[in-house]
Design a binder for this molecule. Structure first.
Ligand SMILES: [Zn+2]
Length: 390
């Protein structure tokens, strides 16, 4: 199984300079390839990474002579990256055009800016990077100190170095050589993911969004406003120490929000995957929902798709079957007790009285129970029931 581990690094000042240069080279190659790709599109050519890479090798000494000293793999991987991004976008566009359903929206790749996250691929292929306790040995640069040792043994497939809010991290992708464990015996747990409550499980567990997330988002909004004001007062291009420090604060806060959210997701998904034999989730059309503007912010915040991604791979790790109910399964509208269908249910309703059996259904808990029962509902087909009760 492939596993990922992200570890903060403790580079020397010289190593930090080297990292910065490598990241700059990666960004330059990426942006060059994106420019070429766009120019190709304009004349009806779809340039893949296989066409772009030889072109880059031919002209790199002319357009980026300063890169000669750096690792050439960095540029190669950056162009491969761009190739994947354009392929993903192309696939998405094809699906949309042919009316197929899509799990998430894929945007056209954007040019990378210096002020954005810096990063580059540091390996030269599988097993070219070694880790020895709290030291990682990278090609070309050698030993770099890490704050902790790798958690998983195995073969190191990929290493990406990037900088978040001023700290350099190494992200390891490791193949541990082990097969996923067989599916264990355990209850079926339906998981309803939502905006207010992050997740509601049919076994009674609820996962709230942490308060720290909301206060962080509030502070973020204030910072965004301050930055916008500063831009209006001083002009976009003029340097300002105050604005620079606002940018630093914003990057730190962003990193913190991501950490808080991820931490919450990790704890909850591990608990669910460990206790269940089977997990059933809703099939979310997150892309479709984000288009709904009122809900967009809240949904993006809750990071529902991130939650589900983690839940899926953790089910694989801990031997639980992971199932997605089909998109048309009305988990919220059906009464989990008798199968009556509430077609008047709106997004604002947190609870509803069942017209069939009279029970008061909590919206999320009821949906979770229905998911646990999916696809077979253990009562007569709901349509007949509904006819009787009208
Ligand atoms: Zn009912």
């Amino acid at each position: 199984m492939k596993k990922a581990h992200r570890i903060a690094l403790k580079p020397t000042p010289e190593q930090e300079v080297w990292f910065g240069q490598q990241a700059g080279y990666a960004r330059f190659a990426y942006n060059w390839a994106l420019g070429e790709f766009k120019a190709g599109l304009d004349v009806g050519d779809w340039l893949t990474e296989r066409t772009l890479r030889p072109r880059w090798n031919k002209i790199k000494s002319m357009i980026a002579p300063w890169g000669a000293e750096l690792s050439q793999n960095v540029a190669k991987y950056a162009i491969i990256d761009l190739g994947q991004a354009t392929a993903g976008w192309g696939e998405y566009r094809r699906k949309v055009k042919s009316g197929q359903r899509t799990d998430r929206r894929v945007g056209f790749p954007r040019f990378k800016r210096r002020t954005h996250e810096q990063g580059f691929r540091a390996d030269n292929g599988p097993d070219t990077v070694r880790a020895d306790g709290k030291v990682v040995i990278l090609p070309k640069i050698g030993q770099v100190a890490m704050v902790e040792a790798l958690r998983f043994p195995g073969s190191i497939q990929e290493v990406t170095i990037n900088r978040t809010a001023g700290t350099w991290f190494a992200c390891f992708c490791i193949e541990d050589g082990q097969e996923p464990p067989p599916v264990k015996a355990g209850p079926t747990i339906g998981v309803d993911v939502g905006v207010g409550t992050m997740a509601t499980c049919s076994d009674g567990l609820t996962v709230e969004n942490p308060r720290a997330l909301y206060s962080g988002l509030k502070r973020l909004r204030r910072l965004d406003n301050a930055i916008a004001r500063s831009r209006n007062v001083h002009g976009k291009t003029q340097q300002s120490d105050r604005r620079e420090s606002l940018y630093v604060n914003r990057r730190r806060l962003h990193a913190r929000i991501v950490n808080v959210r991820n931490d919450n997701h990790h704890k909850a998904t591990t608990a669910i995957a460990k206790s269940a034999g089977r997990v059933v989730v809703e099939s979310l059309n997150v892309a479709g929902m984000v288009r709904n503007r009122r809900l967009a912010r809240a949904i993006a915040d809750a990071g529902m798709s991130g939650f589900l991604t983690k839940l899926e791979y953790k089910c694989r790790w801990y031997g639980a079957e992971y199932a997605k109910a089909d998109r048309w399964f009305a988990s919220s509208k059906l009464c989990a007790r008798c199968g009556w269908r509430n077609d008047d249910l709106t997004l604002a309703d947190r609870g509803w009285w069942c017209g069939g059996c009279g029970v008061l259904n909590d919206r999320d808990a009821n949906a979770a129970k229905n998911l646990a029962n999916w696809p077979g509902l253990s009562f007569p087909v709901f349509r007949h029931r509904r006819m009787e009760t009208v």
